[in-house]
Design a protein around this ligand. Structure first.
Ligand code: ADP
Ligand code: MG
Length: 679
């Protein structure tokens, strides 16, 4: 029985209550605890002298206790314990609160390592409640775990110690021996022991190296296994290419990049093997038309396609766009969770009989009742909103259908190839002609009225604008939620301020029907201004809207601002983005300056990476990959490359990971990808 099957409460010292706390940290089994790696380490291997310890810093100090801690009662029933320690050169004062054991734990004349934050007052150095270890018996490096109320890092450390004792003597290593030799990786036992209790920095590095490699290797195996279907035959071959016919239906000339992407995808579709392709293109590059071309081809070849969008609003908009692009001969339907029951029944029936060629929708498409007659092409839009496993769930509705993912998250090509190990890549690196740079300004709230005057001028010319607020309504009694603007309040004030303008509002608490109605009005030009939360962030396309005003702009990350700004500049009129913010902190100011300086999605993604750090950028939410415990794709690029190579090689000899020696790996792959579903 694997330790993953052993519940955490089987561990010595872990009862019902503590088990629940562990579960809060995502640790349900003994096996999972061993993979609950420290978030940091305290280095006690090189303690300082008291003189060297700097006030304000956390340090390890080696010193001898001068006298037994003295007890003082202070107000509020608190007891204080004080003593002085010395290293022969200088003294340092220790204080502990409410800890009667201290008197017996710290012995006069004995030497200890004290670890804590050093403070200074009146030329005295102090430490409050430091941790301490007898100098003769002090670990070199101590693990620090992510803790939760009631479950301290120290308690977790003890539990891990007990868990390590349970490791069987013949522990099965998921990494095959030859691989470990080749990449110079230590055994799993050594890695687990030393990642938690490293005897030295060198040992810690060695343990990390092995675990990082293992994690990336398992990730790549999972991704490549999905791609592995590419080797199998597909009965869904597109025999004819109808792309020229489709282009004739379009109201515009497709860009070179669009034609290239469609061409690459058509090669896949005609190849007799399933397509796995990512189309990456900045906001406004025209990804929808690429999808439409392929759906059109599917329909004309007698197949069905499905397109899944992350929001109801976007699904509906895609439905309208695609239906009009493909002409009346091709049946397109929309299915979301708010489709009325009767209509839904009709759609499902027609779908099963093949009467519908393209089904557009939200997650509702994944529902069990949705069955296709001959599903050949599955497209997901704004891929970072979907996980790998959702993509797989939709694909499972057909007999190994072709997959296309569309994403507006710009990632450098080399990196994309690695993290989307399972996908081929087409890049839309060209915007439709006639697009002008979106002028972007950052202003303070003092200039808000002037900005609104600028908006009014555009309304007078028949153009439209968005105003984005971070809140829906004002939580506070006095109508103010701090300095944050709210959609409802803003819309109301604006209606007074611009009585002639037609002002609508939109937010996530409205019913889908109401949202649709407002969006329709705005798209049809019957509203001049749309005051909205970020629900319009993803994909909404109204080319006549040319002003994007973002209130409390400091509250958004760069990528989000870029997506929001991408709602304008979609036609031939010059567009403007106005970022309103009174924030003064350096990071926010840098972000707004970046927005004003560039509109290049790749550059913005790079900057975002610098400002927020890779951990955040590559958190699973950004790209729909499983969450990694120890590896970081940005920092461990070299390991990622090796892992991808090794995974490719291994799958070449054992594509299904069916060999006995690979059972452990198979289990790890399954574990990584099912962990995602739980999130
Ligand atoms: P995104 O890549 O952000 O999803 P869309 O597919 O929504 O972009 O396209 C943005 C806008 O550009 C839409 O209004 C679309 O009709 C228009 N568009 C797309 N391709 C072209 C083209 N080749 N020429 C002119 N306009 C285009
Ligand atoms: Mg789009």
């Amino acid at each position: 029985m694997s330790l993953y099957g052993k519940p955490i409460q089987d561990l010595k010292g872990v009862g019902e209550k503590r088990a629940r706390l562990f579960q809060k940290l995502g640790v349900f089994s003994v096996g999972a605890l061993l993979r609950f790696y420290p978030r940091a380490y305290e280095d006690l291997s090189r303690p300082l002298s008291i003189r060297e310890a700097c006030p304000g810093e956390v340090s390890a100090v080696r010193a001898t206790v001068l006298q037994r801690p003295a007890e003082t009662r202070i107000r509020g029933g608190m007891t204080l314990y004080k003593c002085t320690i010395t290293d022969g050169e200088s003294d340092l004062f220790l204080t502990f609160f409410n800890n009667p054991y201290i008197k017996n734990l710290l012995k006069a004349g004995e030497e200890y390592i004290f670890y804590g934050k050093v403070t200074a007052s009146f030329l005295k150095k102090e430490m409050a409640s430091p941790e301490f270890f007898p100098a003769a018996d002090c670990p070199a490096i101590r693990p620090v775990y992510r803790q939760t109320e009631g479950l301290s890092s120290r308690l977790i450390q003890n539990a891990v110690k007990n868990a390590l004792l349970l490791l069987p003597s013949e522990i099965k290593d998921p990494l095959p021996e030859p691989l470990r030799t080749r990449y110079d990786l230590c055994s799993l036992r050594t890695a687990l022991e030393e990642i938690h209790f490293p005897p030295s920095q060198g040992a810690l590095l060695r343990a990390r190296k092995r675990l990082v490699f293992e994690e990336l290797f398992v990730l790549q195996l999972g991704l490549l296994k999905m791609k592995g279907r590419a080797r199998c035959e597909s009965s869904l071959r597109f025999t004819q290419n109808f792309t020229p016919d489709f282009y004739r239906l379009l109201p515009f000339q497709p860009t070179g990049a669009q034609q290239r992407a469609v061409g690459e995808a058509m090669m896949d579709l005609q190849s007799g093997r399933p397509m796995n392709r990512l189309v990456q293109g900045d906001v406004g590059s025209g990804k929808t038309a690429v999808a439409a071309a392929l759906c059109y081809n599917a329909a004309c070849n007698g197949f069905q396609s499905a397109l899944m969008a992350p929001t109801e609003l976007l699904a509906r908009q895609h439905y309208q766009t695609l239906a009009s692009m493909m002409g009346a001969d091709i049946q397109v339907a929309l299915l979301t969770s708010s489709t009325p029951a009767a209509e839904k029944k009709e759609i499902l029936q027609a779908l099963a009989q093949g009467g519908i060629s393209l089904l557009v929708g939200t997650h509702a498409l994944l529902s069990e009742q949705v069955a296709f007659h001959r599903l050949a092409l599955v497209i997901t839009d704004e891929q970072h909103r979907f996980g790998v496993e959702q993509r797989a769930a939709l694909a499972a509705k057909g007999d190994n259908p072709h997959l296309l993912v569309m994403s507006a998250t710009p990632i450098p090509r080399t990196l994309a190839l690695m993290i989307y190990g399972d996908l081929d890549l087409s890049i839309l690196d060209e915007l439709p002609p006639g697009r002008q740079k979106i002028e972007t300004y950052a202003i303070t709230s003092e200039k808000r009225l002037r900005a609104l005057g600028y908006l009014q001028k555009h309304i007078d010319r028949g153009l439209q604008g968005y105003i984005i607020c971070p809140m829906i309504d004002n939580a506070g009694e006095d109508g103010a939620a701090g300095d944050r603007k709210s959609v409802l309040d803003y819309a109301q004030r604006l209606r007074k301020l611009m009585p002639a303008a037609r002002i609508g509002h939109l937010h996530g608490r409205m019913k889908p029907k109401e949202k649709d109605a407002v969006m329709d009005e705005f798209a049809a030009g019957r509203l001049d201004v749309l005051v909205s939360t970020t629900v319009v962030e993803v994909g909404v396309d109204v080319p006549n809207a040319v002003i994007m005003m973002i209130e409390n702009a400091e509250r958004y990350g760069l990528s989000q601002l870029h997506q929001l700004r991408g709602r304008v500049g979609r036609g031939t009129e010059k567009s403007t983005c106005i970022l309103v913010s009174d924030a003064q902190n350096q990071e926010a100011v840098t972000r707004l300056q970046t927005m004003c300086r560039t509109s290049n999605g790749f550059e913005i993604a790079d900057e975002d990476l610098k400002l927020r750090g890779p951990g955040d950028f590559f958190g699973s939410r950004q790209h729909g990959l499983p969450e990694l415990k120890i590896a970081n794709m940005m920092e461990n690029m070299e390991a990622l490359k090796q892992a991808q190579q090794a995974a490719q090689e291994l799958l070449r000899t054992d594509p299904g990971l069916e060999e006995k020696a690979h059972a452990g790996l198979r289990a790890e792959v399954a574990r990584l990808f099912t962990a995602m579903n739980g999130n």
